[in-house]
Design a protein around this ligand. Structure first.
Ligand code: ZN
Ligand code: ZN
Length: 370
C-alpha cells in the first residue's frame, strides 16, 4: 500500500512529507492505521545528529492508532483494536528480559539500530529502495507496520493523542518516578526540566503522595505551568549546578529523596545529584550527547549513601504500565490531556519541531486522521 509519511533524507535536512510503499505485515507484525503521534525531542536528536540515525528514515515514535491487519502468528491484537505503540518491543528471552529488565532487551536495542524491524529488514520503501524505520515505529505517517510486541491494546474511550504520549514521554516520566525510583508518600521530589517528560514525572509524584514536589526550570513560564499542575514550589535555574542545588535544598528542607533530571544536560544532572539528601538519588532520564561526562563529589556517595539511578523508558514494562497509566488518566488522577498544547497535521511536522524547540509547546501532537 501507499502511505504519506515524513521522511528525513539525511542528518540536518528538514522533514519532507512524501508517498512511500508500505509492505504488508510479516510474521509477528501488525499494520496500524495511525491516528496521532507526539513530536518528541528524540526525533529532533535524529534530525540534528545528536543521535545517529540511519537515513532515509520515517521519524516518529510516540503514536497510537487502530489495528488494520495482522501478520501470521499474531496473538496479542485483533483487527479493530485500538493500540498505543511501544518503541521497546522486548524479546522476553534474552538475559536482560530474564532479569525482568525488558527496557534493556539485548535483542531489541541492536535491532533498533539497524533501522529495520526485529529481523533487520524494512517494510518501508521508495522505488524499490529501502526507507528505514525509526525506533521500530515511524509514526509520522498515515500507517505503519510494527512488531506485534510494540502493540499495547487500550480502551476505546481513551483519546488517541493521550495514548500516543503514553507511548514515550509519559511513560518515560511516570515510570522514572514509580518504577525506577519507587517514590513513596511523603518523599521529597524535585523535577529538573518541566517539558512533557518532566511534567509527566511531576504528575506521577503528586499521584503517589510525594511532598513537596519541586519544579526546576530555566524558564519562568515553565515553572508557572508546573505550578498549575500542582508543584508545591518552583525553583528557577540559578546559573550553576551548585547554586541551583542549594536553592532546591533550601525549599525542600535540606535536600530531596529523588531529583528527577529530564533535560540531558550534564550541569542539570550534577544539580540533581547535589540536591539530594542522605540516601537520596538523582534519577537521570534526559539523554545527553554521546560524549558527555559527569563529575560528582565522590566522598558524599559513601558518606551520605547518595545514589545515581539511570532510567530508560521509565524502567517500564509497556504491556503492564500503559494500562496502569491510562487507568489513572481515566479516573482523573493523571490529567495527561493537559500535556497536549498543540495539534497539527502531518504536513505541519516542521512547525511542530519549531514549537518544541522554542519552548512554547508542552507537547505537539500530529493528528494523522485528516
Ligand atoms: Zn520520545
Ligand atoms: Zn530481550
Amino acid at each position: 500500500m501507499k502511505v504519506r509519511a515524513a521522511v528525513l533524507e539525511r542528518t540536518g535536512a528538514s522533514l519532507e512529507v512524501v508517498s512511500l510503499d508500505l509492505a504488508p505485515p510479516g510474521p509477528a507484525e501488525v499494520l496500524v492505521r495511525l491516528e496521532a503521534s507526539g513530536v518528541c525531542h528524540s526525533d529532533f536528536n535524529a534530525v540534528d545528529g545528536t543521535a545517529e540515525t540511519r537515513c532515509p528514515a520515517v521519524l516518529g515514535h510516540e503514536g497510537a492508532g487502530v489495528v488494520e491487519a495482522i501478520g501470521p502468528g499474531v496473538t496479542r491484537v485483533v483487527v479493530g483494536d485500538h493500540v498505543a505503540l511501544s518503541w521497546a518491543p522486548s524479546c522476553g528471552m534474552c538475559g536482560e528480559c530474564l532479569r525482568d529488565l525488558p527496557q534493556l532487551c539485548s535483542t531489541a536495542w541492536p535491532a533498533m539500530e539497524t533501522g529495520g524491524l526485529m529481523d533487520g529488514t524494512t517494510r518501508l520503501s521508495r522505488d524499490g529502495e529501502p526507507v528505514f524505520h525509526y525506533s521500530f515505529l515511524s509514526t509520522f505517517a498515515e500507517a505503519c507496520v510494527v512488531p506485534e510486541k510494540s502493540c499495547v491494546p487500550i480502551p476505546k474511550d481513551v483519546p488517541f493523542d493521550v495514548a500516543g504520549l503514553v507511548g514515550c514521554a509519559v511513560t518515560t516520566g511516570v515510570g522514572a518516578v514509580w518504577r525506577t525510583a519507587g517514590v513513596r508518600p511523603g518523599d521529597r521530589v524535585a523535577i529538573i526540566g518541566c517539558g512533557g517528560v518532566g511534567l509527566s514525572a511531576l504528575m506521577a509524584a503528586l499521584a503517589v503522595g510525594a511532598e513537596p514536589v519541586i519544579a526546576v526550570d530555566a524558564a519562568p513560564a515553565k515553572l508557572e505551568t508546573a505550578r498549575s499542575f500542582g508543584a508545591s514550589e518552583g525553583v528557577l535555574w540559578a546559573g550553576s549546578a551548585e547554586a541551583t542545588a542549594e536553592a532546591i535544598r533550601e525549599v525542600s528542607g535540606g535536600g530531596v529523596d529523588y531529583a528527577i533530571e529530564a533535560t540531558g544536560r550534564p550541569e542539570a544532572m550534577a544539580a540533581a545529584f547535589l540536591a539530594t539528601r542522605a540516601r537520596g538519588a538523582a534519577v537521570l532520564i534526559g539523554i545527553p550527547r554521546a560524549d558527555a561526562t559527569l563529575t560528582l563529589p565522590a566522598l558524599s556517595i559513601p558518606r551520605m549513601e547518595r545514589r545515581v539511578l539511570g532510567s530508560i523508558y521509565g524502567s517500564s514494562r509497556p504491556e503492564r504500565d500503559f494500562g496502569t497509566t491510562l487507568a489513572l488518566y481515566r479516573s482523573g488522577r493523571l490529567p495527561l490531556d493537559r500535556l497536549v498544547s498543540h495539534r497539527l497535521s502531518l504536513d505541519e511536522v516542521g512547525r511542530g519541531f519549531e514549537l518544541m524547540r522554542s519552548g512554547d509547546a508542552l507537547r505537539v501532537v500530529l493528528d494523522l486522521n485528516t
